[in-house]
Design a protein around this ligand. Sequence first.
Ligand code: NAP
Length: 307
Amino acid sequence: MTQIYNKVALIGLGLIAGSMSLAMRRAGLAGEIVGHARSAETRATALEIGLCDSVFETAAAAVAGADLVVLCAPVGAMGDIAAEIAPYLEQGTTVSDVGSVKKAIIDAVLPHMPDHVHFIPAHPLAGTEHSGPRSGFAELFENRWCLFTPLPDTDPEKLENLTRFWTAMGANVEKMDAEHHDLVLAVTSHTPHLIAYTMVGVAEDLQRVTNKEVIDFSAAGFRDFTRIAASDPTMWRDVFLNNKQATLEILGRFTEELFDLQRAIRRGDGDHLFEHFTRTRAIRRGIIDAGQDTDAPNFGRAPKKDA
Ligand code: NAP
């Protein structure tokens, strides 16, 4: 048990804040955990399940006396929250966030930050399709990356403390430039989500395949698209509105590749398809070797008992 912060304020009390609270408590990282969420219902749930020791009706009240403030609300809400809390932040406080895009958050938050606080943007690459305070679990960050996009003049001691904090919650920390982060995430997360949203929409629109058939026979790949496409609509709307440039760039490349494969199918060019699928298989191997997914068949899912 190594306490790193006396008082941690979580602004936004959903999946990520809930998981952070459980991971912090498990490792004894915070003297006290306080929080704020928009609705009275979420605040009441957070108190009931022990996500926070105390909750506040405003973000401004929650940050008073905190030595770490983590913005865990949707990306589009970060700027307004930063403006609200700014006058109430203590001398030397570290302000961080968990938002899925970084450049737009820095642009929205940094102008509000007073000189006496340390703003260190961060993004844990961990999540599920569930949301809300009850969806958190302590193991969410284990062996997952947490990417920091520190500003050039970041205090090394504050950076070191935040690194120790995330490491103690199970994550591996890596630093990178905010624009590069947004490009990497456009490839690994944002565009794949858009493709899943598109494919699930297509299946719903198709008249010749019934909804029942889609649901019953979904195990052949479609099921995994539906899991991704069930992710929180607010979060993902904000991701695309705030990582426009990189997602459009990757989407452009994706469309070119798609046309290339479409042409190969039309021409019956089996060699081309085989070569492409061999290359992509190697990427899957690399992810497994890096410990970022299981090698077990069907993603390690237990077979259905009645199947
Ligand atoms: P979530 O489960 O939907 O929770 C969002 C929380 O933010 C809720 O408590 C909500 O309160 C609160 N909130 C919304 N608008 C607010 C506002 N204007 N002021 C204060 N609180 C507000 O979301 P999440 O999955 O934890 O995601 C939170 C952040 O983490 C997002 O920025 C997201 O990009 C990032 N992230 C998500 C994932 C993921 O896979 N889920 C992974 C990595 C990073 P109410 O319940 O009262 O509305």
